[in-house]
Design a protein around this ligand. Structure first.
Ligand code: NDP
Length: 495
């Protein structure tokens, strides 16, 4: 097979002079600094975006505050209607958005279509449904009445204000949609700062939002480097940051937000997610599960697993079966519909992964499969299996965010639990077994925000998602996001 042809609308979009999306339209940046957006599959420059100036940032904040005034007074039903329409428009432009996303991120086209468009639209509709269901509660105050007076109280959930949504490069569309949907559903406005590596798709979606009826100023997109994100978060005119990214940047963001003016912060950070296979598991099922848990989108998924614990008696067989599956993966151009495994998203990340391979060799971990960077201009990395020497090996402890599965054998279930929890992170984990009683007893002992059984990496908008320990603060999805995007106001009445 060969690459699909790019739609004319996609090539035209790449050629545009991209500015900022502020006050409902594209406006030229006042900065002359440009950032090249590189196609990681072949190293070619796709487009240029602007690195926002301080005055661009100020303009976006003014626009978002004006947008907030309008949107927070818009009826919940009208807010929901605009978001449902945006989901429809994303589906209408499915192929265009998927192609832009694949070109900028290297994500295989099937994943761009299924996740970055179809799933993102599904999430958007789920959130839109909440707009009309956000409620406070009525309370009977507890104080005694002294002179016959009575009291009544109730709470209001009020939108927090202007949200800054900081988005990483791995799922630039879906994660931006999670943030804009949370903000717009609750009546907030938002300024999205995409990653400098993947800024394009959300610039196109912002135009669709206007077509869907979202008023000007409610959704703004400001492009640039981390400096731009920091300036937005610490700006006196913003009220909350919703950040998704790495742990070190997340800690800096949290500190900056607190110091600025106790700006509220939701931090969805990285992880080093564990998988434990109990002895009763079918070994083919285990090998298929590892592909699902560790290699989808070349492992560049925050919830993906990187640490795999298998009973000592089974570990060789599991790694053999996994090697066979990895050998059969079709690695190639992400625009070829038959490709199963594409490049990683940028050169810096490819080099970081090369560094992990060097560390594994230096520490004398066993590289069972892969462990190399193929020659060529694309950011390809071999899918890799590593057998660690002990729980202290770097590859079992540091997040690689790449297609690297590191294994360690265990002997007893107590040891398995200890190994699964021996990480400062706690985003996700999975347990694979047919023994329901054992699973039910082990689940409460596992230190992670999400525990899957016989599956891994599947996110559902109805199920809250977020990290414990060093993997973050706050929850997305379900009803849990409402607390993070609203302030609770108490009202008490004497009569
Ligand atoms: P980074 O932390 O490097 O960057 C995330 C975003 O923050 C980017 O938009 C980046 O801009 C911006 N940024 C960088 N510095 C600052 C700053 N000082 N202030 C404000 N914003 C800043 O993460 P990556 O983009 O490398 O993404 C990968 C990481 O994201 C992994 O650790 C992964 O686990 C995590 N992640 C977590 C998820 C979750 O839900 N828990 C989901 C997806 C990813 P720029 O790109 O321009 O530098």
């Amino acid at each position: 097979m060969s690459d699909i042809a790019l739609l004319p609308s996609v090539t035209t979009f790449f050629r545009r002079d991209h500015g900022m999306f502020i006050d409902g339209r594209h406006i030229p940046s006042t900065s002359s600094n440009k950032i090249g957006v590189i196609n990681p599959a072949n190293g070619e420059t796709l487009a240029h975006v602007s690195d926002a100036s301080d005055s661009d940032i100020d303009d976006a904040v003014v626009s978002a505050n004006q947008g907030f005034k309008v949107w927070s007074r818009t009826s919940p039903a009208a807010r929901a209607a605009a978001l449902f329409k945006l989901a429809d428009l994303m589906e209408k432009h499915r192929e265009e958005l998927a192609q832009i996303e694949t070109c900028q991120s290297g994500k295989i086209i099937q994943i761009s279509r299924a996740f970055e468009v179809d799933q993102a639209a599904h999430f958007l509709r789920y959130y839109a449904g909440w707009a009309t269901k956000i409620t406070g509660e009525t309370i009977t105050p507890s104080l005694p009445s002294f002179t016959g007076e009575r009291y009544s109280a109730y709470t209001l959930r009020e939108p927090i204000g202007v949200v800054v949504g900081i988005v990483p490069w791995n799922f630039s569309t879906m994660i931006a949609i999670w943030k804009l949907a949370s903000a717009l559903t609750t009546g907030c406005s938002i300024i999205i700062k995409p990653s400098e590596f993947t800024p394009l798709t959300i610039l196109r979606i912002a135009e669709l939002a206007i077509e869907a009826g979202v008023p000007a100023g409610v959704l703004n997109v400001v492009t640039g480097t981390g400096r731009v994100g920091k300036a937005l978060i610490e700006h006196p005119g913003t009220d909350k940051v919703s950040f998704t990214g790495s742990v070190p940047t997340g800690i800096a963001v949290g500190k900056g937000a607190m110091e600025a003016k106790l700006t509220r912060a939701t931090l969805e950070l990285g992880g080093k997610n564990s998988v434990g296979f109990l002895r009763d598991i079918d070994l083919d099922k285990a090998a298929d599960g590892i592909i699902e848990a560790g290699f989808l989108h070349s492992g560049q998924i925050c919830a993906a697993a990187e640490r795999f614990f298998v009973h000592r008696s089974q570990i060789e067989s599991v790694m053999d079966k996994l090697s066979l599956r990895l050998r059969a993966l079709k690695i190639g151009s992400p625009l070829d519909e038959t490709t199963q495994f594409g490049p990683v998203t940028n050169k810096q990340h490819q080099q970081k992964l090369a560094g992990f391979f060097a560390t594994a060799r230096a520490e004398k971990s066993t590289i069972v499969h892969g462990g190399n960077i193929p020659d060529g201009p694309g950011c390809f990395v071999e899918p890799t299996i590593i057998l660690a020497n002990s729980v202290n090996d770097t590859l079992l402890n540091e997040e690689t965010f790449g297609p690297i599965a590191t294994f360690l054998p265990y002997d007893t279930e107590d040891e398995l639990l200890h190994l699964m929890n021996s990480t400062p992170y706690g985003l996700s984990a999975s347990l694979w077994t047919n023994d329901l009683s054992k699973a039910m007893r082990l689940i409460p002992e596992i230190e992670a925000g999400t525990v899957w059984v016989n599956m891994h990496t599947m996110l559902d908008p109805a199920v809250p998602f977020g990290g414990i320990k060093a993997s973050g603060i706050g929850r997305e999805f379900g009803a849990a996001f409402i607390d993070d995007y609203t302030e609770l106001k108490s009202v008490m009445i004497r009569y």
